[in-house]
Design a protein around this ligand. Structure first.
Ligand code: DLL
Length: 441
């Protein structure tokens, strides 16, 4: 690990930049922002939008100037499909990935060789922050392909110098065989795939404590603290959250350190604003808002003020790990995944939180939204743990009433709860799909 620095607590830090004093981060951000505005002039979209504002880059003096710059949306990327946002000649593109396309047609994202180097360094940061060491064996159970998860994590692990098992997602029993045969200590996948693997471990009658696994680095979709506890106990690991999105770079935007009190953002590479999604005014630190990200160092496809649609909180308080980079809290959900049920805003993650407060409930559920007449109806199919499922109708009625009440308390909506037999709901190998909204648009 050539570039790590040691801390007194024996929690190494991959890149000294992670501990830059705050004022130096700001100075670096302003300087890089100026360079960015100069570079993106080659992108017709920015030539137009920045031209209309009369901004050329040399007029950027402080971070306040960022607020004058245009926002970029997923729709802007779509309108410039496939590679209209390229800021370098096409021959300089080293790789192309695509967003998972959960909310429509995939959008392509391009990387130069320098971008790939930056990317692997950013992923190495979060992996080391979450316990990865060169002597570990790491199984990557993310899809390899256009999705940024597989290759993104792969090259970060390689950069740290650990042993990679590029298992890719799927074939869950084989994943477990690999973990046992190759003595995998670190699992890398989505939280829902970690659960699927945990389920299979149980089905195979294996003791999770006897598995070599120690850590799991999970990301790519929203999950809750209760889900973390579930994964940790069912796989015998310490689980770390990491966040990113293809448009910005992929995984590597932020990740948890050993304190696990939020994900440190790579602020030397990204400026992250937290805005009220309606007024687009900044929210106070600690308040939920939409993350809007500016890429400071990306070469092939830099973006200015990209609206992620992800709702999270920023925390700028000091962290015991020594990193100075601000942290983001868990993503509550995407503003476009937020359900509006009879006028109440609900994130699926709030329903998950309520469900997992109840010990009889397994971490598998499906939310169905309908509008049979004029009013919205929400049904939540909830799988029970094997020991909780019973033929005693009154017991089941009582449990159902408890779940209805808990969901109402946490998420603020009244739902119809359907109790499901163990193993009856779909399991996922990538990102989970837990909402079916059948309401007419
Ligand atoms: O999911 C990149 C990634 C891969 C991140 C692997 C971490 C690990 P996309 O497919 O473009 O990229 O999806 C990005 O997924 O805008 C969030 O809504 C969601 N997301 C990603 N990580 C988290 C997380 C990758 N840790 C979209 N918590 C983002 C909550 C997450 N949501």
């Amino acid at each position: 690990m050539s570039s790590t620095i040691s801390t007194p607590t024996d929690h190494p830090i991959w890149d000294p930049a992670e501990c830059l004093p705050h004022d130096e981060i700001i100075t670096l951000q302003v300087q890089r922002l100026r360079g960015l505005v100069e570079r993106v002039i080659r992108v017709p979209f920015y030539a137009r939008t920045l031209g209309a504002l009369g901004s050329r880059g040399d007029d950027i003096r402080s971070l306040d100037d960022l607020r004058r710059l245009p926002l970029t949306t997923k729709e802007d990327l779509r309108q410039n499909h496939p590679l209209g946002f390229l800021a370098v000649p096409r021959k300089e593109v080293a790789r192309i990935h695509g967003s998972s396309g959960t909310t429509g047609k995939p959008t392509f994202v391009a990387y130069t060789a320098a971008d790939l180097e930056t990317w692997s360094g950013l992923v190495a940061r979060l992996l080391v922050a979450g316990g990865l060491r060169p002597e570990h064996t790491v199984q990557v159970a993310f899809g390899y392909g256009l999705f940024t998860g597989g290759f993104g994590l792969h090259y970060g692990i390689e950069r740290v110098g650990a042993t990679i098992v590029p298992a890719a997602s799927g074939n869950t029993r084989r994943q477990i065989d690999l973990i046992q045969d190759l003595e995998t200590e670190v699992l890398v996948c989505t939280p829902s795939y970690a659960l699927t693997i945990a389920d299979a471990v149980q089905e195979m009658g294996l003791n999770p404590r006897a598995l070599p696994l120690q850590y799991a680095h999970l990301g790519g979709e929203p999950w809750t603290e209760d889900m973390r506890r579930e994964i940790e106990s069912s796989l015998g690991v310490q689980a770390f959250n990491n966040y990113g999105l293809s448009e910005i770079i992929g995984p590597g935007v932020s990740g948890e350190c050993h304190c696990r009190t939020g994900m440190h953002l790579a602020e030397d590479h990204f400026i992250v604003e937290c805005l009220d999604p309606d007024t687009l005014e900044p929210v106070a630190d600690g308040e939920p808002g939409e993350l809007v990200i500016t890429t400071l160092t990306k070469q092939a496809m830099p973006l200015i003020r990209y609206r992620t649609r992800d709702i999270a909180r920023l925390d700028r308080s000091p962290c015991a790990c020594g990193r100075t980079m601000a942290r983001m809290g868990r993503v509550a959900g995407r503003s476009d995944d937020m359900l509006i049920v009879r006028g109440v805003n609900v994130f699926p993650s709030q329903i998950e939180e309520a469900l997992l407060h109840i010990e009889q409930v397994a971490p598998h559920y499906l939310i169905e939204v309908d509008r049979p007449g004029t009013l919205d109806e929400v049904t939540v199919k909830v799988e029970l743990r094997p020991e909780a499922f019973s033929d005693h109708m009154d017991e089941m009625q009582h449990l159902r009433a408890r779940i209805v009440k808990e969901v109402q308390t946490v998420a603020g909506i009244r739902t119809h709860i359907e109790l499901m037999e163990p193993q009856s709901l779909e399991r996922f190998i990538g990102k989970a799909k837990r909402v079916i909204d059948r309401r007419p648009l």
